[in-house]
Write a protein that binds this ligand. Structure first.
Ligand code: FAD
Length: 250
């Protein structure tokens, strides 16, 4: 149970607390409901980490930026805004932060799928290192010696996605997200397959159908979407994939 809440006034102040075992808190929507084993938290909201700015070729988003701030910012690609609209209803959008959402891995998340497909990089304070999200198996683990300061997206990111859900604003039961890489290969991310979004290695456009089918067949035993059968997932993810390729990657 959370017994001590500390609001840091400077990044160095927050870092000292993290090193002393305090857990960084973003919007608090997850931590407030999952307090097992957590006794001290450090709030990062006064550190000015909610800026969205354009650098040379890159959009840098502060870790404490809420999805509402993202949704309302002109620098953010429309396809990410659509994912935010689909996944986070207005109350959550007002609270949930970029870093908080990245740390709560959920296999149904189109937003996380979008960030993986875009090849997002994570910047950790104090190292200032840029780590590709894909290289991190559990973003929460990053916060042992520091905290997430920002993430960055390439400005020319080209990500497209499509989903099947029970109603337009319900969670995505099947989600396919494709991101074009600079080398013309495409990164495929599948949401709704199991407890993590599944990120496939970048694939040449001509081989996507074959490789995604191979992945789905080989990973059959890891399938764990309790809402729909594996066969339903297989058939419909392939249909969505065909549709996205036809409409966006001719
Ligand atoms: C598809 C989907 C649907 C969802 N639907 C709902 C819903 O309907 N209702 C609902 O209540 N929730 C829902 N959630 C969960 C909700 O989105 C999470 O509660 C939210 O992502 C947590 O964000 P937060 O900013 O509130 O994080 P917090 O609760 O503040 O923190 C979450 C984790 O992130 C870590 N963290 C935060 N900031 C940093 C940082 N800067 N550096 C390092 N670590 C950090 C914390 O230490 C903690 O481990 C949904 C999630 C998904 C993926």
């Amino acid at each position: 149970m959370i017994q001590e809440y500390y609001r840091a006034a400077a990044k160095s102040d927050a870092l000292n607390k993290v090193k002393a075992g305090y857990i960084p808190i973003g919007g608090g929507t997850y931590l407030s409901q999952h307090q097992e084993g957590i006794s001290t938290v450090v709030d990062l909201q006064d550190l000015g980490l909610n800026e969205i700015k354009a650098d040379a070729g890159t959009i840098v988003i502060g870790a404490s930026t809420t999805f509402r701030e993202l949704f309302e910012n002109d620098l953010i690609p429309v396809s990410l805004k659509m994912a935010i609209q689909q996944e986070l209803k207005i109350n959550l959008r007002n609270l949930v932060t970029v870093a908080g959402h990245l740390c709560i891995t959920d296999g149904f998340s189109i937003i996380q799928g979008w960030l993986y497909a875009a090849g997002v990089k994570i910047h950790i304070y104090p190292e200032g290192e840029s780590i590709p999200l894909q290289a991190i198996s559990n973003p929460k683990e990053l916060a042992k010696e520091g905290f997430i300061e920002s993430i960055s997206i390439e400005k020319n990111t080209d990500v497209h996605w499509n989903t099947i859900s029970r109603t337009p604003d319900d969670i995505s039961l099947v989600g396919v997200i494709l991101g074009q890489q600079q080398d013309q290969n495409i990164r495929v991310v599948l949401a709704g397959f199991n407890e993590h979004v599944n990120v496939l290695s970048p694939i040449n456009k001509g081989r996507i159908m074959e490789q995604v089918k191979d992945f789905l067949l080989n990973a059959h035993s890891q399938y764990s979407n309790k809402f729909i059968s594996y066969n339903y997932y297989f058939k419909n993810s392939i249909t969505l994939l065909e549709r996205i390729l036809k409409d966006n990657f001719k």
